[in-house]
Structures are given as structure tokens and as C-alpha cells.
Design a protein around this ligand. Structure first.
Ligand SMILES: CC(C)(COP(=O)(O)OP(=O)(O)OC[C@H]1O[C@@H](n2cnc3c(N)ncnc32)[C@H](O)[C@@H]1OP(=O)(O)O)[C@@H](O)C(=O)NCCC(=O)NCCS
Length: 156
């Protein structure tokens, strides 16, 4: 299969946060953001594999900054590493205060998405190529490490 770069699988989803998604103090529920992240990871992995994909795992979800009602939330996802049928997707969430224009990375996470064939069995995906760019290369190598560590744990 022809390798693909993380920029080929790039997906972006943006949404204005409304009061029903938040607690009474105006802080957005973590689950609302996680749902957006999952959808964005789903699109990125489908752009990579062109198959049905399911979420198998979420790792290192770090809520760094609060997201508040009225913020514009933008999720960006890229496939940074692929095994045989699994893809690791790096998702970042930026929140933007539309009055002040202030922006920050509110959270990040790594999603593992698995490609399924028409019978629902794991199916092969293209490898990721990330040699040219030090940013994607670093994420690729970190993704490879997590993939190998997971495989070791699963085989025990
Ligand atoms: C994900 C799923 C298809 C894997 O099925 P499985 O029988 O374990 O398949 P395999 O053992 O052949 O693993 C397939 C790939 O998934 C990876 N994988 C499976 N479970 C994983 C997990 N918990 N975390 C990370 N990767 C996982 C394997 O490492 C393997 O990767 P590779 O092909 O790149 O080497 C299956 O567990 C499933 O359907 N889970 C539910 C998914 C779902 O419904 N998600 C939505 C949540 S509501």
C-alpha cells in the first residue's frame, strides 16, 4: 500500500460552545470536547484508510486549559503512525475567545483507531511516512513506541 503523510489525513472540526454543553459556571463538560475529538480522529483515520474505522483506545488525554461557553473550539487531527490495521491519531484542541481573540491549546490526546473490512474484521491500512518533517517524524517515533509497548502488553 502507498504510504501517506500525516498532512494527507488532516481533519479539522470547529464548533462554537453553547450553554447546554457546560456546567453552571460556564466550563464546558470534558465529554463534549472528547466527542468532538473522537469525531475528528474518525475523519482523519477514514481519510487515511478509506474504510470503516472504530475507536479502540484513547491515551494521554490532557486537559491543559479550561474551555468556556462562547469559545470557538477547533479540533485538529492527523494520523501520525500506523500498524497493520490500527492508526494512531494525534488530536489537538484549540479554544479561542472570540471577543479578545486569545487562543490556547486546551487539550491534546492520542486516539487509536482500527480499520475494519466489510465483515467487521481488522483490515490493512497504508503506512505513515513522516521522514521529511522533524515535527511529524518525532510524533511518528513516539507513536511507534506506544504501539510496540501496547503490543507487548497485549501479548502477555
Ligand atoms: C478494536 C477491535 C476491532 C480490535 O479487535 P481485536 O479482535 O482485538 O483485533 P486484533 O487483536 O486483530 O487487533 C487489531 C488491531 O487493533 C489494535 N488494538 C486492538 N485493541 C486495542 C486497544 N485496546 N488499544 C490499542 N490498539 C488496539 C491491535 O494492536 C491491532 O493493531 P495492528 O493491526 O495495527 O497491529 C475490537 O476490540 C472492537 O471492535 N472494539 C470496539 C470498538 C468500538 O466499538 N469502538 C467504539 C466505542 S463505543
Amino acid at each position: 500500500m502507498k504510504p501517506k503523510s500525516p498532512t494527507e489525513s488532516s481533519a479539522v472540526l470547529a464548533e462554537l460552545v453553547l450553554p447546554y454543553q457546560a456546567n453552571p459556571a460556564g466550563n464546558v463538560h470534558g465529554g463534549e470536547i472528547m466527542k468532538m475529538m473522537d469525531s475528528t480522529a474518525g475523519v482523519a483515520s477514514q481519510k487515511h484508510a478509506h474504510t470503516n474505522v472504530v475507536t479502540a483506545r484513547v491515551e494521554e488525554i490532557n486537559f491543559k486549559q479550561p474551555v468556556l461557553v462562547g469559545d470557538l473550539v477547533t479540533c485538529c487531527a492527523n494520523v501520525i503512525y500506523a500498524g497493520f490495521s490500527s492508526m494512531e491519531v494525534f488530536v489537538t484542541v484549540e479554544s479561542e475567545n472570540l471577543r479578545s481573540g486569545g487562543k490556547q491549546i486546551a487539550l491534546t490526546a492520542f486516539f487509536t483507531m482500527v480499520s475494519l473490512d466489510e465483515d467487521g474484521n481488522p483490515s490493512e491500512v497504508p503506512p505513515v511516512v513522516a521522514e521529511d518533517d522533524p515535527y511529524w517524524r518525532k510524533l511518528y517515533l513516539e507513536g511507534q513506541k506506544r504501539y510496540e509497548a501496547r503490543r507487548k502488553r497485549r501479548s502477555r
